[in-house]
Design a protein around this ligand. Structure first.
Ligand code: SAH
Length: 220
């Protein structure tokens, strides 16, 4: 993979745009400037990688819009050493941004083809602190809990209780909460065992968080 001057230049323009749209966290902007987003695209689509738009990644899913990645990451207040659970690996881009910021990332994907692709691909772009899992994000990863941060990158109809349980006290969970049509970006802070407070951060549109892994079909 090549990170040409052209791609570096386009990335710099994208970062300027994100700043202009209100992203302030320099840790986020720096990670997004240093990690080439076009690596996460098939080579025939490289020219689309620095538009501030979502893009199809196969299996009916999308890599989130750069502004959305920046916004969610900013809300998560990522510090070096954070142990972060991501729900919805997709292309692996968001997971790698978190790893680039010094976090240890555990990421779950429910579609097997996307999981296999991300698991093989992520180490090739130097994201060594990302562990990929095939599973249902509604259940989280109890064996690896607790997490200091949890990021849900698909639209959730409610906050899954299992995920709140897997968050440390003082930890933050960011989730687009709502119906299939529109969601409210919600930041949840766990205040003590069994209690949390929430703040709303505007409207977004994500692909849905679906129950179960794609190949779980009822009782057999
Ligand atoms: N973070 C991704 C974008 C994710 S799009 C990136 O940076 O590219 C949302 C992803 O969530 C899709 O890949 C979708 O298959 C996945 N998803 C939906 N429901 C899920 C669930 N219950 N558990 C895990 N992943 C889920």
């Amino acid at each position: 993979m090549i990170d040409s001057f052209k791609h570096k230049g386009l990335r710099k323009q994208l970062i300027d745009l994100l700043r202009h749209k209100g992203i302030r966290d320099e840790r986020v902007l720096q990670a997004m400037e240093s990690l080439p987003r076009h690596y996460f695209f098939d080579s025939s689509f490289h020219s689309f990688a620095y538009d501030d738009k979502p893009f199809p990644i196969g299996a009916g899913q999308t890599i989130s819009q750069p502004y959305t990645v920046a916004f969610q990451t900013e809300l998560l207040d990522v510090n070096k050493g954070d142990k972060i659970l991501e729900i919805g690996t997709g292309s692996g881009y968001q997971a790698c941004i978190l790893a680039q910021m010094g976090a240890r990332v555990y990421s779950i994907e429910r579609i097997k083809s996307l999981y296999l692709k991300a698991k093989a691909f992520v180490p090739t772009v130097g994201c060594t602190h990302v562990k990929c899992f095939y599973g249902d994000g509604y259940k989280g990863l109890p064996a690896y809990a607790p997490f200091s941060k949890i990021l849900i990158t698909a639209a959730a109809p409610y906050i899954p209780d299992a995920l709140i349980q897997q968050l440390t006290v003082g930890g933050i969970l960011v989730v687009p909460l709502g119906s299939a049509d529109v969601q409210v970006m919600t930041r949840v802070t766990k205040t003590q065992e069994g209690a949390y407070r929430t703040e709303d951060h505007g409207y977004f549109r994500f692909v849905p968080l679906l129950e179960n892994k794609e190949d779980d079909h009822g009782n057999h």
